[in-house]
Design a protein around this ligand. Structure first.
Ligand code: BGC
Ligand code: BGC
Length: 660
């Protein structure tokens, strides 16, 4: 595999000279940091960077920057959202990048075709190349391709990261990155806002599923594999820029509150939450997105919102870790920095943010930032550094040599889908937690009663960030590729052997060899997905119908196999006690039907996934799930040949209304 940096051969001598120049100009002089900041920075081991700036490229960057007006520079640093900007405005304002947010499509048509996407990206790209700048600068388009190219109808939706972490297979993650990048390029887009490197501690967080694992080493491995998969050689037809996000500490907020406050020690911030950044940078990741969260060292020393934190963004990321790509802010995140508003935040730029995601209020942002530079609130040196980083990334992505649309995949609907790869990922990411009396495997040909609405719900198997932002407001008809689990069960067992009774009413009607109950959380993403303390983190408390359903179908002498779709590990002991076998399938995506192959052991398929987060025995787990709160430790998972450590009834937690 080629490393991004090694693609640009450098003249060794010139390279060295330049390297020392870059280092001298970006490393702050002593005295810049307070004592607290200095010790927080020192907690991060310096990354031994072997990156060499490419002398020829650096020279071109310097010449372009020297020829740019202030308005052109600020335009490059601005990232509006496609709903709020036209191609002609991209031209007039010298915009450097656009994004489409979750659930935003060309013309706000959910069913936009790959050709519609390609057409829109072409017109934006051409507009950027039609400015009156001396040197025309190509545009970047970023998108949340976080489990496949998930905003695009017809694209394969891969399992969310929590399931990929359970697969313990970085090569699989790499291949999913390759497939995703190809799909993104089919729409003319060149930048994926992935991977998330959060090392999630509390399963209350609505984004828990975006995390590969609570183990920093696993996040570091899978995150780097995704970077390599997405970026490839950076300049190939099926390569896109990746984003290491969200820097840093997003997964460790107090009580798992979205955009909340992380109370870690300086050491844990670096070694736990920062682990993925070392490997992602070593894999050549070109962009980093800042976290909405804030950090209060040891819960005592406030560093504030990451977007205003120069010690972390510049002192750590750009200096200690020698990151020379671009830092992008998160969606409207600047407004959360004290003293800032939605369209004005010199603090963030001075902290080290190079490109600002201002989806809607970008015109005012440009005017305000131009005024800041004129007033000396932001130095021209800082602006030039930001623009140089943006140009550097565009050079490395090859955009100065050819437009993003110059890909053999452009407009190719076939490039959106990779069903066999997603099917493999589904089989490798479901964890078997219970299998009493060898309820599984269930041989093809058996008569099966399938219950639970989730059995025939693409929305529930795909979770958040699926066609829409929260993954809600979709119907099965919106998913034009893939299989629901019900469809997979009919395929494997034969339609004539399968009765589907969503509410289980058919249990007394006819002979069944087994019941397959499919339960799940409703799809959710950031903000809405949080289960806020003191609410109970319990599937049946949040979805009481699931327990009613299992009460109806259990106790009839017919084995009950339960499959749970969830974006996190959560309390489900009562549901396990009403099941003979229990499968934690997490959020398998568009190919959940492959779970049927696994449950039937088709072609020798067996459960190989192992939990990447501990599974709680209480609806009130503390962040991180303490050992005495574990029903199953991280790493647990059965195969067909293994014997369950618990058989029969598991101890249930006392019924509570809320956590103490
Ligand atoms: C999320 C990011 C995402 C961005 C763009 C934010 O709200 O935190 O993960 O990349 O929106 O959609
Ligand atoms: C956008 C998302 C974004 C979110 C942030 C939504 O409207 O579509 O991409 O992450 O807002 O709050």
């Amino acid at each position: 595999m080629l490393m991004a940096r090694s693609l640009f051969p450098t003249l060794p001598l010139l390279g060295l000279v330049l390297a020392s120049c870059t280092a001298a100009s970006t490393i702050e002089r002593p005295g810049t940091w307070t004592a607290n900041e200095a010790s927080a920075i020192a907690a991060w081991p310096e990354r031994a960077s072997t990156d060499q700036p490419d002398a020829a490229i650096e020279k071109r960057i310097a010449a372009i920057v020297a020829s740019m007006t202030l308005e052109q520079k600020i335009g490059q640093m601005t990232q509006p959202e496609i709903r709020y900007i036209t191609p002609d405005e991209v031209r007039r304002y010298y915009i450097g990048s656009i994004l489409n947010g979750g659930g935003s499509w060309p013309g706000m048509n959910k069913h936009a075709s790959v050709a519609d996407w390609a057409r829109l990206s072409k017109s934006f790209a051409q507009a950027a190349l039609s400015t009156d700048m001396k040197d025309r600068v190509p545009l970047l388009w970023g998108t949340d391709a976080v489990h496949g190219h998930n905003n695009v109808v017809g694209a394969t939706i891969f399992p969310h990261n929590i399931g990929l972490g359970a697969a313990h297979d970085p090569d699989l993650v790499f291949r999913i990155g390759r497939a995703t990048a190809k799909a993104v390029r089919a729409t003319g887009i060149d930048w994926a806002f992935a991977p998330t490197l959060a090392v999630v501690q509390s399963q209350r967080w609505g984004r828990a599923y975006e995390s590969y694992s609570s183990d920093p080493a696993e996040v570091a491995r899978d995150g780097a594999a995704m970077v390599r998969g997405l970026q490839g050689t950076l300049t190939g037809d099926g390569d896109v820029l990746a984003t290491a996000k969200h820097f840093v500490g997003d997964g460790g907020t107090f009580q798992g509150v979205d955009q909340g406050d992380n109370h870690a020690s300086a050491r844990d911030l670096a070694m736990v939450h920062g682990a993925g950044y070392y490997t992602a940078l070593n894999a050549g990741v070109e962009t980093v997105m800042v976290s909405y969260s804030s950090w209060t060292e040891d819960g005592a020393v406030p560093f504030g919102k990451m977007h205003g934190d120069k010690a972390l963004v510049t002192g750590v990321l750009k200096q200690r870790l020698h990151f020379d790509g671009l830092v992008v802010s998160d969606w409207n995140a600047i407004e959360q920095v004290p003293g800032c508003t939605i369209d004005h935040c010199p603090q963030a730029i001075n902290a080290g943010v190079d490109m600002v995601m201002v989806p809607q209020d970008w015109k005012a942002f440009i005017a305000n930032t131009v005024a800041d530079v004129r007033a000396g609130t932001i130095s021209m040196a800082r602006i030039d550094d930001a623009v140089s980083r943006i140009l550097r990334v565009k050079f490395r992505a090859g955009l100065f040599d050819r437009p993003a649309s110059a890909s053999r995949y452009l407009g190719d609907a076939a490039a959106l889908a990779d069903r066999p790869l997603a099917q493999e990922a589904v089989r490798k990411s479901a964890v078997l937690l219970k299998n009493d009396a060898a309820a599984l495997p269930l041989a093809p040909g058996k008569r099966v009663l399938v219950v639970g609405d989730a059995a025939d719900s693409f929305s529930q198997q795909a979770g958040g960030w699926s066609i829409t932002w929260q993954g809600d407001e979709n119907t099965n008809a919106d998913f034009t590729t893939g299989e629901t689990l019900l469809t997979g069960i009919r395929r494997v067992y034969g339609a004539q052997n399968v009765v589907y009774s969503p509410d289980g009413a058919a249990i007394g009607q006819g002979h069944f060899d087994a019941v397959i109950a499919v339960l799940g959380e409703e799809p959710h993403a950031e903000i809405k997905g949080d289960v806020r303390y003191p609410a109970l983190l319990s599937q049946s408390v949040r979805y009481p119908a699931d327990r009613v359903l299992l009460d109806r179908v259990s106790g009839h002498g017919i084995p009950v196999v339960t499959v749970l779709y969830s974006g996190r590990t959560l309390y489900a002991t009562d549901l396990m006690n009403r099941s003979d076998a229990f499968v934690a399938a997490f959020l398998p995506g568009s190919e959940a039907g492959s779970l049927a192959d696994l449950m039937a052991a088709r072609g020798g398929a067996d459960f190989t996934a192992r939990l990447s987060f501990a599974w709680p025995n209480t609806p009130c787990p503390s962040g991180g799930v303490k050992p005495d709160e574990e029903l199953f430790a991280r790493g647990f998972g059965l195969s067909y040949a293994s014997t369950s450590p618990h058989t029969g009834k598991l101890a249930e937690a006392p019924a509570l209304d809320r956590c103490p």
